[in-house]
Write a protein that binds this ligand. Structure first.
Ligand SMILES: [Cu+2]
Length: 125
């Protein structure tokens, strides 16, 4: 009984230590802090400025932004700016009202790729 408890405590300690270590290494990855448009927000069209803010400096040359239209078609967006180096800016033009998804993929300075998807709604201006 007592030995079982000690094993359980050791296990819990191990889990806590492992999650601390994982948390520390995950910090070097690019984590999305903020986006414009924000997730599930509505924004007037037809021209929509896009901006992603991550926690670390990213490599623009290895960053991809793909916009999925309401009808499911894809367009690759040109990255127009990276100032400061932990942000990416682009502009989507001529968007009709509807639900869009921005698929993003960034390469952080530690060599790890992070991806995600932000859905937002374009409304009439
Ligand atoms: Cu990493």
């Amino acid at each position: 009984m007592y030995a079982g408890r000690r094993i359980l405590l050791a296990f819990l300690f191990f889990v806590a230590a492992a999650s601390l270590l994982l948390g520390a290494s995950a910090f070097a990855h690019a984590v999305l802090l903020e986006s414009s448009p924000a997730l599930k927000s509505s924004i007037p069209g037809p021209d929509v400025p896009l901006r992603l803010h991550v926690n670390v400096r990213i490599d623009a040359a290895r960053t991809r932004l793909i916009l999925v239209d309401p009808d499911g078609s894809l367009q690759t967006l040109e990255i127009s700016g990276q100032d400061p180096p932990n942000t990416i800016s682009a502009k989507a033009r001529g968007l009709r009202p509807g639900v869009y998804r921005l698929r993003w993929q960034v390469l952080a300075s530690d060599g790890h790729i992070t991806r995600g998807e932000i859905s937002f709604t374009v409304v009439k201006p």
